[in-house]
Design a protein around this ligand. Structure first.
Ligand code: PEP
Ligand code: MG
Length: 869
């Protein structure tokens, strides 16, 4: 087996073997870009490393040796040489880029001899010892787990002693002393001297990379991002070039387009006389890439040309790391640039317009869930103008967030558990903070640029982030943010605007975003390709209007019970429920009728000629009743009955297992007058709106929780009778449909019988999942997490539709339903209707539409289009 590939042997297609970084280094080498030579140890070697009990085996070491010699020959330098030593960087490179894993060790190969060689070959002793002390720290920290502070405090002490503020002000002699001190720390911590054999250093570094695949942070990250644990990581060993050789050297990172909004303009930052980690670590504030044009026009032009070449080659926006060594440009990495949803859509549309990719490809480039970012609120302009500005930082990841300030990831997670919204405030985040970043509404840092950890990770999560606020001091120990004028303590509210970088005092009102321009164009392509229609679940005119703005083509589920909970109505609803006689109940229903009629009228009006499915009352009645004595007393008084009588009535309605109890169409079997009132309200509203000019109104009346065709037959006969009464009274008619939810397993397997009575089916996959698995919707959250953690389930079936079981039930229902009634309309209105993988399944099943909450409508539209491609 071959475990090691030189860069010239690989290609971008070999990602799974060489990791993302290795495959792209190979690709860049092969298209003639300036890449320092090196080799990649494969992901397969990582897996074998674990099989070997976390050891490297001889064959592998031999292979590495051969490649090492190859690099030595190409460059004309020797590893560990005392005259002109070859040095390496060692970097992990998983298939998916993964913060939390061992990142980089630079200057590997330096030892007490080679450092002298480096001083000679570069003619720069200071540089040589600076490289050596950096290497000792990085190797100790990254490969051996010795805390960085042990070295950093020595560096600080040295600067203090020499009375200087910048690292660059230390002399060669200072650095030599530091190197000795650093080696002593290593000896203390490891009880072994710092390894002087470069081969030994390399072996230890490779082992550290492989081992970092399974460190806790990497595992958490994989879980959060659905990355399989058995992929393994590759290791890239690359000959060093130096950005810290003086003022004609530098290093930086750039995106071929703006990762925040997609603007087609080189976007990035760099530092002169620095090594890679200086840019990301945020210790010195980098320059924007434009500045390079002024400082070193030739290198800049060469770089700009290379970025163009890469973007055309990969046909996507690239994120590129580069180093300039004595005016000579080298490329160290390229990858598809992480971007905000806004940038993703804008770039995809631009790439189509520029002729680089096809529309279909553009549609596949966007993860439907990513659209979430585009659909969420921003701060209200007016509220913003009167808000007190604290400071301006870098607009690292767009969005608007308000919350209480916390300084540690753990505190954020605890706050979240208490139901608080919070902002994570750090000097700079690190992979340890990931879970806290997930739990926070937004992230604020005082250090670091647009490519800092906080910025990159927040953008990936679609989380609001303001980074590099250098005008504040973040005191993580005393839990306080200090500005020149103000102190903000833990628990105080602040607001972040991730699109402007502004940070404000207090909470600020938010508004919903407007979507336009390129997004519209993109969604147009989406709509032209998809076959599935997308409706929304909405039960207020406001939600309906929002959904229409997001492209909903109808209402697939209007849950009427939500109209019953309104404060103004609940007394009448309660009187209706506790009535002892049909007359009493009808009286209460008569009070509710005009309210319901108005509800439906308003919704029909918003939806214009789009279809609207109204579901009749579903939940068990006792859910509407008061539970505390005070409220019961009040209700009794308003009804003119005694407390004890009412209390008894309420108790008699309580159920051990309400989800399987007296709900849905079962209510109508007992109290048909409830559904009659609702059907009347729907039809009267439809007649009213028809008179007002909406000719095509065809309300769809949906009966919930049907498990047997006879239930549907009975309920239908009741409501049809009522509808006919309305037609007679109003001397006019409207078209209407009567259909049913399919949400009980028995309904699926008897769907042919049910289809004879129904004009449409709408799958209620929430209940179908509950009853299909026998998992309580309300209680299973407690243990389903563990199913996922233990790998028994990949995802909760309440989140992603279970195709094998619940999906099979749906398939049976679709087949049987169509066989008995080939005109039947088919839809889904469970939560799965807005989840991309479930939408794909609904497309494959041949449903006519999916229905989901308003904010998921664009997501469902895109998922429906991707299902076709
Ligand atoms: C369902 O069960 O999937 C459904 C849409 O109805 P509800 O969530 O209201 O029970
Ligand atoms: Mg249901």
């Amino acid at each position: 087996d071959k475990y090691v590939y030189s860069f010239s042997e690989g290609s971008k297609e070999m990602k799974s073997l060489l990791g993302g970084k290795g495959a792209n280094l190979a690709e860049m080498t092969n298209i003639g870009l300036p890449v320092p030579p090196g080799f990649t140890i494969t992901t397969k070697a990582c897996n074998r490393f674990y099989e070997e009990g976390q050891e490297l085996w001889q064959e592998l070491l031999d292979e590495i040796h051969i490649h090492l010699n190859g690099v030595e020959e190409r460059i004309g330098k020797v590893f560990g040489d005392e005259k002109n030593p070859l040095l390496f960087s060692v970097r992990s490179g998983a298939v998916f880029s993964m913060p939390g894993m061992m990142d980089t060790i630079l200057n590997l190969g330096l030892n007490d001899r080679a450092v002298k060689g480096l001083a000679v070959s570069t003619g720069n002793e200071r540089f040589a010892y600076d490289s050596y002390r950096r290497f000792i720290q990085m190797f100790s920290d990254v490969a051996m787990g010795i805390p960085k502070v042990r070295f950093e405090s020595l560096l600080e002490d040295m600067k203090e002693e020499r009375n200087v503020t910048l690292d660059t002000e230390l002399t060669a002699e200072d650095l030599k002393k530091l190197v000795e001190q650093y080696k002593k720390v290593y000896l203390e911590e490891q009880r072994k001297p710092f390894p002087q054999d470069p081969i030994k250093q390399l072996e230890l570094a490779i082992k550290a990379v492989f081992a970092s695949w399974n460190n806790p942070r990497a595992i958490v990250y994989r879980k959060l991002n659905d990355i399989p644990h058995d992929l393994g990581t590759a290791v890239n060993v690359q000959s060093m070039v130096f950005g810290n050789m003086g003022e004609t050297s530098g290093t930086g990172v750039a995106f071929t387009r703006n990762p925040a909004d997609g603007e087609n303009k080189l976007f990035g930052e760099f530092l002169m006389n620095a090594q890679g980690e200086d840019v990301v670590a945020g210790i010195r504030t980098p320059n924007t890439i434009d500045k390079l044009k002024e400082i070193m026009p030739e290198a800049y032009n060469q770089f700009a040309e290379a970025t163009q070449k890469l973007e055309h080659h990969y046909k996507d926006m690239q994120d590129i790391e580069f180093t300039i060594e004595n005016k000579k440009l080298y490329l160290l990495q390229t990858r598809a640039g992480k971007r905000t949803a806004q940038a993703a859509v804008n770039v995809a549309v631009d790439l189509v317009d520029e002729g680089l990719i096809e529309k279909e490809e553009a549609l596949l480039r966007i993860d439907p869930n990513q659209l979430n970012q585009l659909l969420h609120p921003t701060f209200d302009e007016k509220a913003l103008n009167s808000a007190e500005l604290i400071v301006k930082g870098l607009p690292a990841s767009p969005g608007a967030a308000s919350g209480k300030v916390y300084f540690h990831a753990d505190d954020v997670m605890e706050a979240k558990a208490r139901g608080e919204r919070s902002i994570l405030v750090r000097q700079e985040t690190s992979p340890e903070d990931i879970e806290g970043m997930v739990a926070a509404e937004g992230i604020l840092t005082s250090r670091g640029g647009m490519t800092s950890h906080a910025a990159v990770v927040a953008r990936g999560m679609g989380k609001c982030c303001v980074a590099g606020c250098s005008d504040i001091r973040v005191d993580e120990v005393n839990k306080v943010i200090k500005t020149r004028y103000k102190e903000i303590h833990e628990g105080d509210y602040i607001s972040l605007d991730g699109s402007t970088g502004m940070v404000y005092v207090g909470e600020i009102k938010k508004v919903r975003p407007e979507l336009s321009g390129k997004f519209d164009k993109f969604m147009n392509w989406v709509d032209n390709i998809r076959r599935l229609k997308v409706r929304t679940n909405a039960d207020t005119p406001r939600d309906a209007a929002q959904a229409v703005a997001f492209g909903a083509e109808g209402i697939g589920l209007c849950r009427t019970e939500h109209m019953f909970f309104d404060d103004a109505r609940i007394p009448a609803v309660r009187r209706m429920i506790v009535s002892n006689t049909v007359e009493q109940r009808k009286k209460a229903l008569d009070e509710l009728l005009p309210m319901q009629r108005k509800d439906f009228y308003e919704i029909f009006k918003v939806m214009e000629d789009r279809p609207v499915t109204v579901r009749l009352l579903d939940p068990p009645l006792h859910e509407f009743l008061p539970s505390n004595d005070e409220d019961i007393m009040e209700l009794a008084k308003s009804m003119g009955i005694v407390y004890s009588e009412l209390k008894e009535r309420i108790e008699s309605l309580s159920e051990f297992n309400p989800m399987l109890g007296h709900r849905g169409c079962r209510l109508a079997v007992t109290y048909p007058e409830i559904y009659r009132m609702q059907a009347r309200a729907i039809i009267e509203a439809a007649i009213d709106i028809k008179i007002d000019g909406y000719e095509n109104i065809t309300p769809e009346i949906m009966i919930p929780l049907v498990g047997d065709s006879n239930e549907l037959k009975y309920v239908k006969s009741e409501i049809v009778e009522e509808i006919n009464l309305v037609f007679e009274e109003r001397k006019t008619k409207v078209n209407y449909l009567i259909g049913t939810m399919i949400e009980i397993p028995r309904a699926c397997v008897t769907a042919d019988e049910i289809a004879k009575e129904a004009e449409f089916f709408s799958f209620g996959t929430n209940d179908l999942t509950q009853m299909g698995f026998g998992f309580s919707r309300d209680d299973s959250g407690k243990f389903l997490n563990e199913y996922v953690e233990k790998g028994i389930f990949e995802k909760s079936p309440f989140e992603v539709l279970d195709r094998d079981g619940i999906g099979k039930l749906m398939k049976i229902a679709v087949d049987l339903g169509l066989k008995a009634n080939n005109k039947i309309h088919l839809g889904i209105c469970g939560e799965h209707g807005g989840e991309p993988s479930s939408v794909e399944f609904c497309h494959q099943l041949g449903l006519d539409y999916v229905s989901c909450s308003p904010f998921r409508v664009p997501i469902a539209r895109l998922a429906a289009a991707q299902a076709v491609l």
